[in-house]
Design a protein around this ligand. Structure first.
Ligand code: CUA
Length: 314
């Protein structure tokens, strides 16, 4: 079923599910409209002024049992539809293990993409078909919204936080990428294309892109130039937590809680270092909020990830 009502076609499993839901809801709404208007017309004729149609009380079975029956049937039907729709939506946030990670930066007015091998794109996103993709998105300025109609996928990219999305495209082709949040004068020009390719074609494409430092390499440079290494390096005299093998680990905090050192935690620790202080350490690290840009933050996080054994950055 390729978008009969919606132009862009479908390019993922969840897009098909969302379409089926849409058609079912449309069908139900259409049925109710026909029923209501049909009865409206029927009753207008039947009970017109002067007609001899009976106007007494309804039989008890209709006014009680049938009334109760259809009311509860509708209730359960809608609870079922809600649960179905909610699961479809939530599955778009399901973390696929071993998904390919692609970093996206939204800014007025373009989409900047960085592939796992460091290749950069502007207003374009190339992905292999049938391979789960994990988008890690940040905004450098205002709220944008990453919208790919063919994937039935839309996610706000809110500045100051990490925005994540998982998808698996299942059809080769080129699809529209849009910004779906009014983000300033040239919002309507914030257009791009998502290109879904066969895995070998994708590999060839990625290899043919101009060499760029990947995020982790960039992050390593920043780690030194921003002075992080001064405290966090193994040989440092300042007592700061070691970042080796940090990624993915459970970290004990000063207040007794444990957190998982994921992208979000590392990011927060750079911006709000005094919030989740590691057990046994003093809250002496300054905040890097406003010091590092969103892009630099992505690189730093990628570098710290790459120090970890588990899920090391590509
Ligand atoms: Cu970015 Cu609208």
């Amino acid at each position: 079923m390729s978008g009969i009502f919606i132009g862009p076609g479908t390019a993922s499993e969840s897009a098909h599910e969302i379409d089926i839901l849409l058609y079912i809801l449309l069908g139900m709404a259409g049925f109710v409209v026909l029923l209501v208007f049909g009865l409206l017309i029927l009753f207008s004729v039947r009970y017109r002024k002067g007609s001899s149609a009976p106007r007494g009380l309804l039989p008890r079975a209709i006014s009680h049992e049938i009334e109760l029956g259809w009311t509860s049937a509708t209730l359960f039907l809608f609870i079922f539809i809600f649960a179905w729709a909610a699961t479809t939506q939530v599955s778009a946030l399901n973390q696929a293990p071993n998904a390919m990670e692609i970093h996206v930066q939204a800014k007025q007015w373009m989409w900047k993409v960085q592939q796992p091998n460091g290749a950069r794109e502007i207003n374009a996103l190339h992905v292999p078909v049938n391979i789960p993709v994990h988008l890690i998105m940040v905004s450098q300025d205002v709220i944008h919204s990453f919208y790919v109609p063919a994937l039935r996928m839309k996610h706000d990219v809110v500045p100051g936080r990490l925005n994540e999305l998982w998808f698996t495209a299942d059809k080769v082709g080129t699809y529209a990428l849009r910004c779906a949040e009014y983000c300033g004068t040239n919002h309507s020009f914030m257009l791009g294309e998502v290109t879904v390719m066969q895995p070998d074609a994708y590999s060839r494409w990625a290899a043919a892109q101009p060499e760029g430092d990947n995020l982790a390499e960039e992050g390593q440079g920043l780690f030194v130039s921003l002075g992080c290494a001064g405290c966090h390096a193994a040989a440092s005299r300042v007592h700061a937590p070691s970042l080796d093998n940090l990624y993915g680990r459970q970290v004990p905090l000063a207040d007794g809680r444990f957190v998982t050192a994921d992208e979000g935690y590392i990011r927060d620790s750079i911006l709000q270092p005094r919030r989740d202080v590691v057990a046994g350490f003093q809250p002496i690290m300054p905040s890097f909020k406003g010091v590092v840009s969103e892009g630099q933050l992505q690189s730093l996080v990628a570098y710290i990830r790459s120090l970890g054994a588990e899920g090391a950055s590509p």
